[in-house]
Design a protein around this ligand. Structure first.
Ligand SMILES: [Zn+2]
Length: 132
């Protein structure tokens, strides 16, 4: 992966990018209702919610919004634990919902299937250098 690019794979329901702090670690953000979602307005991409790289040495935390990187302050260890807790709960709820809906899984809309033929990417614009 190249830095400053957000890679999107529809078939794998995943986005990937290199950590925006420049440390070079790959950051993979699965797309699902309990995890991340992307919006693309034809020019810029946004990824929500924020990206907290708690598992990386840099522990960077930022938003990708309208093709820009917006830095967040660093979270304390307690806040990180709280966030991880919430993520786990959401994820558990999501997989339960998926298990319940497994018997009646709808086929994805045709447009998504078309778009999903290959992974695309969008530029992220300027990369700020300092952490806040
Ligand atoms: Zn980093």
């Amino acid at each position: 992966m190249d830095s400053g690019l957000l890679y999107v794979s529809i078939p794998y329901r995943t986005c990937g990018h290199l950590c925006c702090c420049g440390c070079g670690h790959e950051v993979v953000t699965p797309l699902s209702p309990a995890q991340w979602s992307i919006t693309y307005d034809g020019e810029n991409v946004s990824l929500t919610p924020s990206i907290g790289n708690w598992a990386l040495p840099c522990r960077s935390h930022y938003w990708i919004h309208d093709g820009r990187v917006r830095w967040s302050r660093r979270y304390s260890a307690a806040e990180i634990a709280q966030n991880r807790d919430r993520d786990r709960r959401l994820l558990a709820r999501d997989s339960e919902a998926q298990a319940r809906g497994a018997g009646q899984a709808a086929s994805p809309p045709a447009v998504v299937a078309l778009v999903g033929q290959r992974a695309g990417h969008a530029t992220l614009g300027h990369r700020p250098v300092e952490h806040r």
